[in-house]
Design a binder for this molecule. Structure first.
Ligand SMILES: Cc1cc2nc3c(=O)[nH]c(=O)nc-3n(C[C@H](O)[C@H](O)[C@H](O)COP(=O)(O)OP(=O)(O)OC[C@H]3O[C@@H](n4cnc5c(N)ncnc54)[C@H](O)[C@@H]3O)c2cc1C
Length: 380
């Protein structure tokens, strides 16, 4: 009998498996429907021997020392600060928009103070900020909105920014300095030997068994377990009884070129004229030396693997119905991006699972030896 059945071998599931096995000596079965561990962070060497990320580029960054220290048990790191350029008006300019972006785009030599005034003069103040369009126009004005955000958002979401929650654009910064980094977190680095190797080390424990290529519903009732940690889609768990939660998907098109470098930085965004949203060259991220180079073109689409929950009020409402059912489910804990229908970065998912583990450990300790008592479901 397993103590825990863990559905999903991404970060949410792997953290739970590792903690429960290593700290509490629990016997754990991890069931994963794909044929590999690592969830969406899975990386592998392609036919040319270049390390690529199967489900799009994953750059690790966090402000949490706890998360960084936790992962450091399973990997050494390669310092890496991601930089992104946007292809706008025939130029490649830094994004998020900063002092360099404005000076390059408009052929100016503004100072930090002057760029604040410049952006303020462009901004169109809105009384009510409801949509993503409102957020951006209120901050930088219509011209920059159309150059950088409108087309990108339309491609990314299949919706106009005026149809998307303000929250989608609210976290996009603008800077009045020359900091060209994409992220400003305290810890920015990549697992030295890749994510898959990191996961292998997390899951190598005598108490952890991993079953790949298996949907958990195929083995339910056949393999006994006491409790479940569920990291798959929450609507699937409840057989879509309230309907399907909408997601945006992406087609990843990989291409290898007979050249050392394809583009001047890790990622180039294409907000406007191209069908894809961005192109990422993996060697920048991984630091690999190779005479060839592989890039991935991202083509957002409606159908396919669930990647981005679509942030609209009606979808949040639908999720709340499932969340209510999850809260009433005995001995099943929901964690991770699919089970909580929220876009999370890797560090947030890891933090979420570490917190859930602590709660379970505490409850188990406090309740011992009382049997039959209901454990509360996790709420983020
Ligand atoms: C294109 C893209 C780029 C990203 N880039 C970054 C980045 O640069 N930095 C960053 O911090 N974050 C990034 N993220 C977010 C990152 O992918 C997530 O934070 C992370 O993968 C979430 O881990 P998870 O375990 O919750 O989900 P997942 O990694 O999706 O793992 C869930 C696993 O559960 C499995 N599963 C689902 N249903 C079942 C079932 N019924 N039975 C068995 N198994 C099942 C799935 O196959 C999957 O492997 C990106 C996401 C996307 C989509």
């Amino acid at each position: 009998m397993f103590d825990y059945l863990i559905v999903g071998a991404g970060f949410a599931g792997a953290v739970m498996a590792e903690r429960l096995a290593s700290c509490d000596n629990k016997k754990v079965l991890v069931v994963e429907s794909r044929h590999h561990i690592g969830g969406n962070t899975y990386d592998y060497y392609n036919d040319d021997g270049i390390l690529v990320h199967k489900y799009g580029p994953h750059i690790f960054h966090t402000n949490s020392r706890d998360v960084y220290d936790y992962l450091s048990q399973f990997t050494a790191w390669r310092p890496y600060e991601h930089r992104v350029l946007a292809s706008v008006d025939g130029m490649l300019v830094p994004i998020p928009i900063n002092l360099n972006t404005i000076n390059q785009l408009y052929g100016l030599k503004l100072s930090s103070l002057e760029v604040n005034n410049f952006l303020a003069s462009k901004a169109e103040k809105k009384d009510r900020i409801i949509t993503s369009e409102d957020v951006v126009i209120n901050k930088v004005g219509r011209e920059l909105y159309e150059k950088f955000f409108k087309g990108y958002t339309q491609k990314q979401w299949g919706l106009d920014p005026s149809e998307l929650d303000a929250s989608v654009a609210a976290r996009i910064p603008t800077r009045n300095n020359c900091d060209n980094r994409y992220f400003t977190d305290t810890f920015q680095s990549m697992p030295l030997h890749g994510y898959t190797r990191l996961f292998e080390r997390m899951l190598t424990h005598p108490n952890i068994k991993v079953m790949l290529g298996t949907d958990y519903k195929e083995i339910e009732g056949l393999i006994p377990y006491k409790k479940m940690i569920y990291t798959g889609p929450i609507d699937y768990f409840f057989d879509y009884c309230h309907g399907k939660l909408p997601y945006r998907s992406i087609e990843f098109r990989f291409e290898t070129f007979e050249t050392d470098r394809y583009q001047p930085t890790g990622t180039v965004n294409y907000p406007n004229e191209h069908p894809y949203t961005r192109v990422t060259e993996f060697k920048y991220l991984t630091g690999q030396k190779h005479i060839k180079t592989t890039v991935v073109f991202e083509h957002p689409k409606a159908l396919g693997d669930p990647y981005y929950p679509v942030p609209r009020p009606e979808n949040a409402e639908l999720y709340r119905k499932y969340q209510l059912m999850a809260n009433n489910k005995q001995n099943v804990f929901f964690t991770g991006r699919l089970a909580t229908y929220k876009y999370y970065n890797m560090d947030q998912v890891i933090a979420q699972s570490l917190t859930l583990y602590k709660k379970i450990a505490l409850i188990t300790k406090n309740e011992r030896p009382t049997n039959g008592q209901k454990l509360p479901s996790y709420e983020s």
